[in-house]
Design a protein around this ligand. Sequence first.
Ligand code: ADP
Length: 478
Amino acid sequence: MLSSLRSRLWLSYSIVILIALVGMIGPTISALSRSPLFYRQTVLQLRLAQSSLINMIKLGDLNDTDRIKTIVVNQSRIDGIRYAVINNNGNIIIDSGSGIFPPIPDFNPPVFSVDDDPFSFFIFKDMDRKSWLYVVRPLNETSYLIAASRQPVIEIREMLRDEILQPMFKGSAIALFIAFALSLFMSSWIGSPLRRLADGARQIESGTYPVLEKEGPREIQELAESFNQMSIRVQQTEDSQKDFLANVSHELKTPLTSIQGFAQSILDGAASTPQELMQAASVIYDEASRMHRLVIDLLTLSKLEEGTAGMLSGPVNISMIMDQLDEKMQPLIQAAELTIKKDISPDLVVMGDGDRLAQVFTNLLDNAIKFTPAGGTISLSLKSEQSHVLASVSDTGVGIPDMEASRIFERFYQVDKSRRGGASRGIGLGLAIARQIIISHNGEIWAVSQPGKGSTFFVRLPVYFDKTTVKIHRNNTL
Ligand code: ADP
């Protein structure tokens, strides 16, 4: 019954209203019941009656207790006020109400502070714990006259009921009604966007990715914003998983088809001469190697993405890596009839894994060689930039169309899959691996290209400052 937001809001408003009312009414009643304002008339009456009684008593002998008692009792019968005479010790000597009302206990402390304020009064409780208002004045040196009247409780109750409680109850009924209306409004203000969020989550479950309007309170709008981001990310992840599966299947299908075809030709005798057999075996070997490369690259990438690739961390002389880069690739460079230019600042050191960084630059140079026509130039550059080093590999090759320059770092992305055929054709994982390695080194990698004119790949890495370590590692790295 109280499971809905609306009923809970209403309940909480009602509890708050109730607490506020009790907190207000309780102290108000207790303050009012103690307020002298309510007893003004009674006190005034007591004071007048007390003065005239004292005047009457003072007409005769002030030590004649019997005389005083008679006057006091008679007067009490006439005006209905209870009179008592007490001595300095607070003991009751005369009580006009004795035998009629419960006795008055002795006064303790016995000495009264007699106030000048005509409206001031005191309260005592009789033996039945009933409260009496009283005023006191000295009669002679040894005794006091008390005039007392029952505390007018009923009047106050009536007044509270008619003047205070009734309007308060009316007010609280209105407040409860307003709380109900407010809870309706609040629950729809907060509840509707929440319901839309729940619907959206259900849609994600069923494979659609909604974008929600940002409505309601700020926190709910933030929630909707996070939901939208999550929805986009889930969609991207799902798309990339689908792409990934399609790409892997495609990359495996091509070599498998080749292997199957050539194996078949051996089996059914179509390839029978030693040359034909040799050719079939070499295609099978190349395609199997390509599949092996694919699996190794995929494993590397997934380890890098998970952070379990076991990267080393030490000062690495990046200048030496860049400088020696073309040595290993000389046969390829010569075969492609390319020229290499180098502009490398010496002794620049970064922190990280030397082999992995060498892998990145080898891949960039390999791509530059692959995508640059004969007669072209490849330039390797490395310079220092305050707290970073900036390395670049540029070529005068085919370039990358603007639209695709940002996508070449995605897994399996290739600008034109038909550019290179045969077993040496790329898989499209090299730049994805390179990007992951550079990210692990807190660096950045990006490409700038002009189709038909060439491309430049930049790598920026944080520089390592410790000069003493530089000298040691200069000799040890690579
Ligand atoms: P692969 O070289 O195995 O295809 P990469 O991830 O290394 O995979 O490169 C992805 C794609 O980026 C390449 O297929 C190519 O289309 C493009 N690319 C990379 N480097 C260059 C370059 N220097 N010039 C032109 N295109 C390039």
